[in-house]
Design a protein around this ligand. Structure first.
Ligand code: SF4
Length: 415
C-alpha cells in the first residue's frame, strides 16, 4: 500500500522543483477570428460579415459583428468589453504574482489576435508591462492571420514591444487554402511574411499537412516558399479532424477525402529533409527553427515550466497545479498521475528527448520504475532510443516519429 501511495505523491524536493522557476510565461487568449476555418475547433468567434461557420468549444452559433453587430449574443462580448475585462485580470495577476515572478515570455494567441484593433492587443501588452517586471530579452509573440495584417499594424505591434510574429499561413497553394476555408490567398500570405520580416527579426510560419486535396508536390512547394522567404521558425502540423467542424461532417458524409497515412508520413519526412537542408534544426516533433530561434514560450510547456493563461479558455500551470478560468489555483492538490502523463506527452515531443533525471527530481522515482516494461519493449521495437551523454534521455527514433501518439499511449498504459 505504502509503495502505491508514494507512486502518486510528488517527491518533497519535487514540489520544490515544480516551484523552481522565478520566470513566468503568460498566454493571452484572444477569441475572435474574421471567419471560422473549416477544420477549426478552437474557441474563437467569427467577427466578419461572411457566412456563419459556427462557434467552437460547444458554444451556440453566433452571427458576427458585420452581420448585425450582435455582440450581445457572442459569449466573449465585443472585443472592447473583452479587453476591458482582460485588463482587470492582468492587474489581478500582477498583484498575485509580480513579487514572485518576472515575465520570461508572453504569447498572444487565439483565435486571431491580429483580427481586433491593434490598439487593444498593444494596450493589453502595456498593461502587462505595468503589472510585471519583464526579463531582459523576454520573447513576446503575437499570432497573426496573413489576411489581417498591414505594414501599419505590424509597425504598431513592434513599437508596442512584440518581438516575434507567428503567421498562420497553412499553405501557399490557393486551392488548398480554399478547401480549408482560409480568408487569405497565397499571394497575400507571401506579402504578409515579407512585411513581417521587415519589422521583425523573429518570424514563424505555421504550415499544415494532410489537408484534403493536398499533394506531396503542393506540400513541398509550400515548405520551399516558407524557407525561401527566410523565416526563422516553421511549425508543421498534421490536420486533425475535430468533431463538430465542417471538415468532420464532410468526412463523415463521405464528401471529403484525406491523404492516407503513408502520404501523410511522406509529407512529414520530406519536411524534415527540406528543413534540415534549409538550415533549420528540428527541435520538437512539429517545430523547426534556425539556431537560437526555438520558441521560448512553447518550450515552457514542453519542459513543464510555470505559465499563466489569461482570458477565455486559457489554462495555467503553477507549482505543479493546472487550473483555468481564474488567475489562481482552486486549492486542489496536484494530480500526480496526470502530471506524470503530461511529462511524457510534453517532454517526449522534444527531439533531444525526455529527461529522466528531471523526472526523478520531480516525482522521486526513476522513469524506468514507472514505465520500465513498455519502455524496454519500445526500445527493442526501434521506436524509442536512449540518448544524452549518460543515456539519461529517452527520444523517438526516426521510425518512432511516425507513430508518436501510439508510442506515448503505450507508455501511459503503465501508469
Ligand atoms: S484563423 Fe485560426 S483560430 Fe481562427 S478559425 Fe482559422 S484556424 Fe481557427
Amino acid at each position: 500500500m505504502e509503495e502505491n501511495k508514494s507512486r502518486f505523491k510528488i517527491a518533497q524536493d519535487g514540489a520544490d522543483a515544480f516551484a523552481r522557476s522565478s520566470k513566468l510565461g503568460i498566454y493571452i487568449h484572444v477569441p475572435y477570428c474574421v471567419r471560422k476555418c473549416r477544420y477549426c475547433d478552437f474557441v474563437s468567434f467569427p467577427m466578419g460579415d461572411g457566412e456563419l461557420a459556427g462557434c467552437a468549444g460547444g458554444n451556440a452559433p453566433y452571427r458576427g459583428a458585420g452581420a448585425g453587430k450582435a455582440w450581445a449574443s457572442c459569449p466573449a462580448g465585443s472585443p472592447e468589453d473583452y479587453f476591458a475585462r482582460l485588463g482587470q485580470q492582468i492587474d489581478e495577476a500582477g498583484r498575485l504574482y509580480s513579487e514572485r515572478f518576472s515575465i520570461g515570455s508572453v504569447f498572444f494567441g487565439g483565435g486571431t489576435p491580429s483580427a481586433v484593433d491593434p490598439s487593444l492587443v498593444c494596450g493589453a501588452l502595456a498593461r502587462l508591462k505595468d503589472a510585471f517586471d519583464f526579463e531582459e530579452g523576454a520573447e513576446i509573440s503575437l499570432e497573426a492571420n496573413p489576411g489581417t495584417v498591414s505594414a501599419e499594424s505590424l509597425a504598431a505591434y513592434r513599437a508596442a514591444g512584440f518581438n516575434r510574429i507567428s503567421l498562420g499561413v497553412q499553405s501557399f497553394d490557393d486551392r488548398v487554402l480554399g478547401i480549408m476555408g482560409r480568408i487569405h490567398s497565397s499571394a497575400e500570405a507571401e506579402e504578409a511574411v515579407i512585411l513581417a520580416r521587415k519589422s521583425f527579426s523573429n518570424v514563424n510560419v505555421d504550415l499544415m499537412m494532410g489537408v484534403p486535396g493536398q499533394t506531396l508536390r503542393s506540400w513541398e512547394d509550400s515548405l520551399r516558399r516558407a524557407i525561401e522567404l527566410g523565416v526563422q521558425h516553421i511549425s508543421f502540423y498534421s490536420l486533425q479532424l475535430e468533431e463538430g467542424t465542417p471538415f468532420f461532417e464532410d468526412y463523415r458524409a463521405g464528401r471529403l477525402e484525406l491523404p492516407d497515412w503513408e502520404e501523410n508520413r511522406a509529407m512529414y519526412r520530406r519536411a524534415l529533409e527540406m528543413l534540415k537542408d534549409g538550415g533549420y534544426r528540428h527541435y520538437e516533433v512539429s517545430n523547426a527553427a534556425r539556431p537560437g530561434f526555438e520558441c521560448a514560450h512553447n518550450l515552457r510547456y514542453w519542459t513543464m515550466e510555470p505559465y499563466l493563461g489569461l482570458g477565455m479558455a486559457a489554462h495555467s500551470f503553477i507549482d505543479g497545479v493546472r487550473f483555468s478560468e481564474s488567475v489562481r489555483p482552486d486549492g486542489a492538490a496536484p494530480d500526480v498521475s496526470e502530471l506524470k502523463g503530461d511529462f511524457v506527452f510534453t517532454q517526449l515531443r522534444l527531439i533531444d528527448g525526455l529527461n529522466t533525471e528531471l523526472y526523478k527530481k520531480l516525482f522521486g522515482c526513476g522513469f524506468e520504475e514507472d514505465f520500465g516494461e513498455a519502455l524496454e519493449e519500445l526500445i527493442a521495437e526501434g521506436m524509442l532510443r536512449r540518448s544524452g551523454p549518460d543515456g539519461e534521455r529517452i527520444a523517438f527514433t526516426a521510425e518512432g516519429l511516425d507513430r508518436t501518439n501510439p508510442v506515448m499511449e503505450r507508455l501511459l498504459e503503465e501508469l
